[in-house]
Write a protein that binds this ligand. Structure first.
Ligand SMILES: [Zn+2]
Length: 258
């Protein structure tokens, strides 16, 4: 009887200790930072091609001139950051999003890379709405070409996950587009993106999963019409979906030896 009583007491004590440990666990939560970059901005080019820091102020404009890419990128990046930062901790992980810009300014690629480095980001996404041929739809992740990349496979899987995520939301409004990943080998005469070049200059960012996410092509008239009618609804849904995907991707990096 006494033995049973002691066992019960010990079990109770162990339960209390476990409960106490769980209660203090959040203090040891692992913080993970996601940088969400709003592509382009301002009115003038920032940086130079010679230094591989050039960032153009605006790339695409919608066919009826109602929307500029640089404004849409800032809008969606802001909503995504707010949505991600409003999510609760997940287990031992506290994932937070950090912007590169919050106003209509153009940061050169070295500055965008420095913000990412200084934030200790585990993943990076740059939001874009480029133009193609006026017809093609579908989210596209653009990653560093194999030639220059030290983490092509990881980047490819990461970019595909993000492109799938926004494409699914968009296809409920505009059917027909396919999510894809492409590399940046056609950019800058085959040298690739200036931003990825800047990431490659630091050990902190050279293998960090990173991509440009061309959420949708802004030169398609049907997409402009969708933005006119339902931009707030669409962008809130895109931001909510991206926030969840980015949180999952950030957490996934902590289990991957890089
Ligand atoms: Zn762009």
């Amino acid at each position: 009887m006494i033995k049973h009583f002691r066992l019960a007491t010990l079990t109770l004590a162990a339960t209390w200790m476990l409960a106490a440990l769980l209660a203090i666990a959040p203090a040891y939560a692992t913080s993970l930072v996601v940088v969400v970059d709003a592509g382009h901005g301002g009115t003038a080019p920032a940086g130079t091609m010679a230094e591989r820091t050039l960032s153009s102020p605006n790339n695409a404009t919608s066919p009826g001139k109602k929307f500029k890419e640089k404004d849409l990128t800032l809008d969606l990046a802001g909503r995504t950051i707010r949505a991600l930062n409003a999510l609760p901790k997940q287990g031992a992980f506290n994932v937070k999003a950090v912007p590169t810009r919050t106003t209509d300014v153009n940061l050169n690629m070295a500055e965008r890379a420095k913000i990412t480095r200084d934030a200790g980001a585990v993943i990076f996404v740059s939001i874009h709405f480029n133009a193609a041929n006026g017809k093609v739809l579908g989210s596209r992740g653009v990653i560093r070409a194999k030639t220059y990349s030290k983490s092509y496979g990881t980047d490819h899987a990461y970019a595909m996950a993000l492109a799938d995520c926004t494409n699914k939301v968009l296809r409920t409004y505009l059917p027909g587009g396919t999510a894809r990943v492409q590399d940046d080998s056609e950019l800058h005469g085959g040298k690739g993106s200036n931003l990825f070049h800047q990431f490659g200059l630091s050990k902190k960012t050279e293998t960090m999963p990173a991509c440009f996410l061309e959420v949708e092509f802004l030169d398609v008239p049907d997409f402009e019409a969708l933005l006119v009618n339902k931009k707030d609804e669409l962008f809130d849904k895109l931001a909510a979906a991206l926030a969840l995907e980015l949180r999952a991707q950030a957490i996934a990096t902590s289990g991957t030896k890089r």
